[in-house]
Every structure is written in C-alpha cells, then in structure tokens.
Design a protein around this ligand. Structure first.
Ligand code: ATP
Ligand code: MG
Length: 396
C-alpha cells in the first residue's frame, strides 16, 4: 500500500491554454510547499489531477496537510491509499484496510462512490459501489448506507492504479501565486495590511512589500515585527522582497511645515509616491493597501481620494468593504493577528494629529504641500536611495 495526497483544484473555471498555465503554476507552488516538510515526496501531474506521492521515509501527515492547504489554488487535499489491481476481492480488502486505518470506529452512514477510468476492471462503477458497500456492511455492523446524505463518502477510482480516499481537507481556493503578475504591498505592522497582502496573493499576485520605518521614533522591534509579518504572509505568497524605507526625515519635515490636521494625509501621499517608485522599478501592476472605508480619518472616501490622487498605478484595497471584526477574524485565520497586536509604535501613531481632517480637499492638501517645495525633494531622493532590501522567504 502506498500513500499519496490527491490535490483538488477548481478546474471547471479554467479553460484552454489558461488551464495549463494554472496547473503548471500550481504544481510549482505545491513542490515549494512540500519541500518545506520533512520526508520524501514526489509531485506528479496526471490527467487533470495533481498528486503528492509519499516515499518510504516517515513523514507527519498533519504537517503535509497543513503545508498543502496553504497553497492558493488548492480547493481540497485528500489523503489517498494507492494499491495495485488485485481484482474485486483484493479491492474489498484494501477498502476495509483503509477504513480501519483511518477511523477508530466506523458506525457511520456512508456511500461508496467509484469511478472506473480503466475499463478492463471486472466490475463497472455501479457494481463496485454495490459490491464494496456490501463488504463494508459485513465488516462494520454499525455502519449504514445513505446515498442521499452520507456521513462519509468512500471514493474508489480505478485508474492505472487503484485510489481509495474519503477525507477532504479544505484548501484556501484562489489562484496559484505567479499567475497574476506582481503587486507592491504597503505593509505596516498593523492588522490590516498583512491581510490585504494575503488576499491579493490569493488571486495569484506575487508580492513586493514596502515598509516605512521611522527610527529612532520607532524601535528596531517595530521593524522586526514587520519582517515577522512578511514571513507569515510569505508562507502563502511565496518569496517577498521587503523594502524598508527610512521615512523619518520626510515625516519630520512635513511635521515642521504643514498644518497638523493634514499630517496623516500628506504623509500617506508621500508613502504612496515612494511605494509607486518601487512598484514601477520591479514591474508591479498595482499598489495594495489595507485600507477600508471609514475605518479612521485617513480612510474616509474623501481621504482615500486625496491619497489616491498622487498615484497613477491602480491601488487595490481588498479590505475596502470589511468591518474591523471581519478583518480581525481573517487575520486570526491566516495567523498574523498575534504578531500584529504586539505593542510597538508605528510611524503613523507617533506623528498623528489630535483632530485630523476627515474631508480633505485635494486643492487644500496641494496648497499645504507647496510649503514643502525646495525642502523635501532631496529627502525624498535620499529615502529612496538608502532603502534597505530584505528578502523574505518562507524557508527561513
Ligand atoms: P494597518 O493595520 O494595515 O496598519 P491601519 O488601520 O493602521 O492599517 P493606517 O495606519 O491608516 O491604517 O494605514 C492604512 C494603510 O496604509 C495600511 O493598511 C498600509 O497599507 C499603509 N501603511 C500605513 N502605515 C504604513 C507603514 N508604516 N509602512 C507601510 N505601509 C503603511
Ligand atoms: Mg497602521
């Protein structure tokens, strides 16, 4: 008996040439994910299916499932028994063995669902269902057949080998990373932006991230926290190049010369401009933020309009319609929450005004920004020139 994992993916939605691109990218992502699990695995693509076969060495099934159910594009992961064709009697022995290994007791309702793609097996699929169903009932007196609403479905597939499986562990769905182009994420240490990055990666984008640091007002630990968040996101999104921009001088200059109630908006506009610079440099097709309408003063529709006005790339805001509690729920699910709530100050909380504008007019903001002319250009160049690049890999 050999063990394998069948990967289910949303194959129906993808047609023609796109299907091959999707499957190839998914296979690559699965290979990467499984390479981080101890053991000997072989990823194989067969007739519209992807399998991860397990070698003879020991491995931890939970770890395999946890790695594979993080891969975008995967809809479900089924641990499979693979056996050779030993006729119908052999098949029934294998199915009974499978049930004994996977269930402590089997007093459940069930249904056998078989598919015969190799036609020289002696029974057709209807006959297999009936025959194996009988055998299960004989072996497990507490079990009962229920074809309409079964507690368990015992799947049998007669291919070149015979596949037996019943459990499906849910994957995240979405599109494999690498099928949608690059995006540049403005990643802070907060709750929202890591979730936003996760969501855009789930649609197939690969990520670059930009973090605006403000030493010595923010501590080294604030930066470490962002690196840790980027690592968690890279567990889903693959490698991320994180640009750490020293934003202190720009922030100080804005603080010195601009009206304090407009500080956040003007700061955000500079962040967007710098992020767009790095986005263009690496060929990103969009910027991504964790903003959501109305969450804070800088995220009213008026404020978002003012921040958006400095960019020419599209700005994707996957959380735009989410309430905070919905975002928190997601961040718990993906595992970023505990890190996000660590109490290190970020640059926005330090320079925040008591009564920020909530309905900024772009004209007014531009007038205030005129006060920076001749003073900020060199700081802007310096911030870009002194950027520190950290390569974040899920392997670290
Ligand atoms: P988050 O939880 O993502 O920090 P937030 O609710 O604190 O969001 P803001 O501080 O207004 O909201 O930031 C809005 C968005 O701007 C963030 O989601 C993030 O994309 C970006 N952003 C804010 N501060 C920074 C920073 N220091 N570095 C990089 N991006 C930032
Ligand atoms: Mg924040």
């Amino acid at each position: 008996m050999r063990h394998s994992f069948l990967i289910k993916y949303g194959e129906i939605a993808i047609k023609g040439d796109n299907r091959k691109v999707f499957e190839d990218a998914l296979t690559r992502r699965i290979k990467e994910a499984i390479s981080r699990v101890e053991g000997d695995f072989y990823v194989r693509k067969r007739t519209g299916r992807i399998y991860v076969d397990c070698g003879t060495d020991g491995y931890d099934e939970d770890e395999v499932i946890s790695a594979l159910t993080k891969v975008f594009g995967v809809v479900g992961v089924c641990p499979v028994w693979l056996s050779e064709d030993r006729g119908q009697e052999g098949l029934s022995e294998d199915v009974i063995g499978f049930i004994k290994e996977n269930y402590d007791t089997f007093d459940k309702t069930f249904k056998v669902e078989s598919r015969r793609s190799r036609k020289n097996f002696p029974l057709n699929s209807m006959e297999i269902n009936a025959y194996i169903g009988e055998k299960i009932l004989e072996e497990f007196p507490g079990a009962a057949v229920d074809v309409h609403n079964p507690g368990e479905i015992i799947n049998i597939e007669i291919r070149e080998d015979i596949y037996i499986y019943s459990k499906v562990f849910k994957g995240p769905g979405g599109m494999p990373v690498g099928t949608a182009g690059k995006a540049t994420l403005l990643l802070s240490g907060g709750i929202d932006s890591p979730v936003a990055g996760y969501m855009i990666a789930k649609r197939g984008a690969s990520l670059q991230a930009v973090y605006f640091d403000a030493p010595p007002y923010t501590s080294g630990r604030a930066k470490e926290k962002v690196i840790d968040l980027a690592k968690i996101v890279s567990g889903y999104a693959g490698e991320i190049e994180l640009k750490v921009v020293n934003f202190t001088d720009i922030q100080m200059k804005i603080y010195d010369v601009c009206p304090h109630d407009e500080l956040t908006i003007i700061m955000r506009r500079y962040m967007m401009k710098i992020a767009e610079h790095f986005a263009r440099e690496n060929g990103s097709l969009a910027l991504v933020t964790g903003e959501s309408v109305g969450q804070v003063a800088s995220q009213t529709m008026h404020s978002l309009n003012a921040t958006n006005a400095v960019c020419s790339l599209p700005v994707y805001r996957p959380l735009i319609g989410f309430d905070k509690n919905e975002i928190v729920k997601l961040s718990r699910e993906i595992g970023t929450y505990e890190t996000s709530i660590l109490p290190y100050e970020d640059c926005c909380t330090i320079f925040v005004a008591k009564h920020p504008v909530t309905k900024p007019r772009i004209r007014d903001i531009e007038r205030s920004e005129k006060l920076l002319e001749g003073k900020i250009e060199s700081l802007y160049e310096e911030a870009i020139g002194t950027v520190e690049t950290v390569r974040i890999s899920p392997h670290d």
